[in-house]
Design a protein around this ligand. Structure first.
Ligand SMILES: NC(=O)C1=CN([C@@H]2O[C@H](COP(=O)(O)OP(=O)(O)OC[C@H]3O[C@@H](n4cnc5c(N)ncnc54)[C@H](O)[C@@H]3O)[C@@H](O)[C@H]2O)C=CC1
Ligand SMILES: O=C(CO)COP(=O)(O)O
Length: 349
């Protein structure tokens, strides 16, 4: 069987799962999309549209949409996981017997607490022995679904799995680059959501272009410092899953994290800002988790600390901005932050 014809399943019928499934079906890959809710699945089959999460996008008639997990996963060789991080483990636990032996690709950009676990690490725990990869990059679902020219990254320590994903997913509108830095790619996708909230907030305040550039650049420095400390490859942060995803999420009002930040900047409470969205904004939970981890690890993350102070410690916005702007003026590029930590350094701590 050619790699293009292997049966593929996408778990999760939100905006990203639907987009991926539609692209795969459009490549003539036998694709099934699994949703937990039969009413929603039936509506999508009847209308040929995901009216709740991706209105206006025609679904490929070859796409099979089902709420029956056994039907969805029978014979599948590759499974894309597009479930929000808060439900990720429980869905895997529920479906684990149907997933073993298949190539499992997480597309979820969140972190689980306790343990500071990436989604692919949860996959390893819940489906032991399965080949695991992550897909991440500047990938706003709505643009991809509309056929905008896009690039993404598939990351795994299994080059064959990377190649299979490139074969099924790549198409005239989507280039799929490969990486061996699964941890860095996955961490990049989760971290940038926090800075998208800050950028949205800044936009609502009407800041200028200098400010926007300062924010994105210092966000990149901060997230790279943290990720490299944690063992990621610094070069990953110069790629699509690092600076690439940071740029799109910090500049597009299509980003849900940016939208939450914008609503916060307009003076809405966190609860209101999240409720208005009606979709997942992973950055809110990632902020909590990251603040705690950066303190435990002693990594300097002033933007994360500042946003945490505003959202969770009720500190006045202007006070936090004043503190950030009057902090010690340091070097622009800290080369030490970009030096990969050797495994032995980690072991000695
Ligand atoms: N939407 C986007 O542009 C992109 C999203 N992602 C990531 O993909 C993940 C999923 O996001 P979206 O699809 O955008 O979210 P969404 O908010 O559009 O949809 C979430 C979907 O997950 C389903 N779901 C929630 N709990 C479930 C459970 N227990 N069992 C089964 N299904 C459940 C919901 O019913 C819904 O269909 C997130 O981690 C997000 O960061 C990654 C790249 C782009
Ligand atoms: O990850 C994304 C783009 O790459 C989507 O970002 P949001 O979850 O903020 O919409």
């Amino acid at each position: 069987m050619s790699d293009l014809k292997v049966p593929v399943t996408v778990l999760g019928g939100g905006s990203f799962g639907t987009t991926l499934a539609n692209l795969l079906a459009g490549n003539d890959v036998p694709t099934r999309l699994w949703l937990r809710d039969e009413e929603q699945a039936a509506s999508m089959r009847a209308k040929g549209e995901n009216a709740r999460y991706l209105p206006g996008v025609r679904l490929d008639p070859r796409l099979v949409i089902t709420s029956d997990a056994e039907v969805a996963l029978k014979d599948a060789q590759l499974v894309f996981l597009a479930i929000p991080s808060g439900a990720f483990r429980s869905v895997l636990q529920q479906l684990a017997p149907l997933l073993s032996g298949k190539g499992l690709i997480s597309t979820t950009k969140g972190i689980e607490q306790p343990g500071f676990l990436m989604m692919s690490q949860i996959v390893e725990q819940e489906v032991p022995g399965a080949p695991v990869a992550v897909l991440s990059g500047p990938n706003l679902a709505r643009e991809m679904a509309a056929g905008a020219l896009t690039a993404t990254v598939i990351a795994s320590d299994d080059p064959q799995l990377n190649a299979r994903v490139q074969a099924v997913l790549g198409c005239p509108s989507l280039r799929v680059y490969a990486s061996a830095d699964r941890y860095g790619v996955e961490l990049g996708g989760a971290l940038k959501n926090v800075y998208a909230i800050i950028s949205g907030m800044a936009a609502a305040m009407g800041v200028g272009e200098n400010t926007r550039s300062m924010l994105i650049t210092r966000a990149l420095a901060e997230m790279t410092r943290f990720a490299v400390h944690m063992g990621a490859n610094p070069m990953t942060f110069l790629g699509l899953a690092g600076v690439g995803d940071l740029i799109v999420t910090c500049t597009s009002s299509m980003s849900r994290n940016y939208q939450v930040g914008y609503a916060l900047g307009q003076g809405h409470s966190l609860e209101e800002s999240v409720a208005r969205l009606g979709q997942v904004a992973e950055g809110v939970n990632t902020l909590r988790v990251l603040r705690q981890k950066s303190e435990e690890e002693g990594v300097y993350m002033p933007l994360v600390a500042g946003l945490h102070a505003i959202i969770f410690e009720q500190q006045p916005l202007q006070e936090v901005i004043g503190r950030l702007m009057s902090a010690e003026q340091k070097h622009d590029v800290e080369f030490s932050a970009f030096m990969p930590r050797r495994a032995t350094d980690k072991e000695q701590q």
